[in-house]
Design a protein. Structure first.
Length: 254
């Protein structure tokens, strides 16, 4: 196992480049931080490439080295320069980018995100979808990068388990889903009471809009139904991830 001490080392430079979407796409890899997340990624079949560990986590790096990774130990300061977390857990690794699902292979119950930009919201929705039993997530244009470290940290491994799809034209993708028998329920402040909705059936896309603007007009027209959670107190709306969680669990309860 090689010990790296210089920030100019090519491996360190390559791993730092994974902090940007452009860098991830150019390298075909993304960065995962922390032992739990690394183990979950491996368990879900993602291919591990390079592992960086501080001295305390050197034995763990050896474990991943046995799985085919190139393992390196580094000073704590160098590890912190690569990781996005302020106090990284002692180990990080690069993995091959997972392939998104094609829309025609969409699973039965999915969450579609229309310009949800906050990485924490995106990751939380992904994690909640996994917990509630949804089987896919569709990213429209303007969303946070699903493979950014911040999104994956918030998803806590669900980003490796629940497959994702990408669409540059979400309304067209929703119309395609409708044509294949999906009900498209879009969360919208102009919508009807969520709890008074008709049964959407087993093939369903729940659309969550941008934190400030909500869903686009084109997305609104592509939906089969517009729904909103009743606000019985003084708040005008809910956080996007909270609203998505309530709706997902209620839909799965049926």
């Amino acid at each position: 196992m090689e010990h790296i001490t210089s920030a100019k080392n090519p491996t360190i430079k390559a791993l730092k480049a994974l902090s940007t979407r452009k860098g991830r796409e150019a390298a075909g890899r993304f960065l995962v931080e922390g032992e739990v997340m690394l183990r979950e990624a491996v368990k879900c079949g993602l291919r591990i490439r390079e592992v960086l560990a501080d001295e305390a986590c050197a034995p763990l790096a050896e474990v991943f080295e046995g799985m085919g990774a190139k393992a390196f130990t580094v000073p704590r300061s160098l590890l912190e320069s690569v990781c996005e977390t302020r106090t990284p857990q002692g180990v990080c690794a690069s993995f091959d980018l997972p392939e998104p699902l094609a829309l025609e292979n969409a699973p039965g119950r999915i969450v579609a995100l229309d310009g949800v930009q906050d990485p924490g919201n995106v990751g939380t929705i992904w994690r909640t979808a996994d917990a509630a039993g949804f089987t896919g997530i569709l990213f429209g244009e303007g969303c946070a990068d699903p493979l950014s470290p911040k999104v994956q940290r918030a998803a806590m491994g669900s980003g490796f388990r629940v497959p994702f799809m990408l669409s540059e034209e979400l309304p067209a993708a929703l119309l395609d889903l409708r044509g294949r028998g999906y009900a498209v329920l879009a969360s919208d402040l102009r919508g009807a009471d969520f709890y008074a909705r008709p049964d959407p059936g087993q093939r369903l896309a729940l659309v969550i809009g941008n934190e400030a603007r909500g869903i686009s007009d084109a997305t609104r027209e592509a939906a089969t139904a517009l729904v909103k959670l009743p606000m019985r107190g003084g708040a005008e709306s809910l956080n996007a991830a909270v609203a998505a969680g309530i709706m997902m669990y209620e839909l799965m309860r049926e």
